[in-house]
Design a protein around this ligand. Structure first.
Ligand code: ZN
Length: 67
């Protein structure tokens, strides 16, 4: 499996003798495929954090205008 964000092979792990391939949902940076743990931590999660902060920031701006 190839990471859609860095095109590197996503390394799997072996648990109880069964090969398990890791992959993370790359949304919102990509709609299809999987991304590796490294990209998930360094790119995908920050992108999600930025988007999730949109609403609180608006709330703060509105509050500031009232004062
Ligand atoms: Zn990657």
């Amino acid at each position: 499996m190839i990471c859609v964000l860095c095109n590197e092979e996503i390394k799997g792990d072996v648990i109880n003798g069964m090969a398990k391939v890791y992959g993370n949902n790359p949304h919102p940076l990509a709609d299809e495929g999987k991304c590796c743990d490294e990209c998930n931590m360094s790119k995908v999660i920050p992108a999600r954090m930025e988007r999730s902060y949109v609403d609180p920031v608006k709330c703060v701006e509105n509050k500031t205008k009232h004062e």
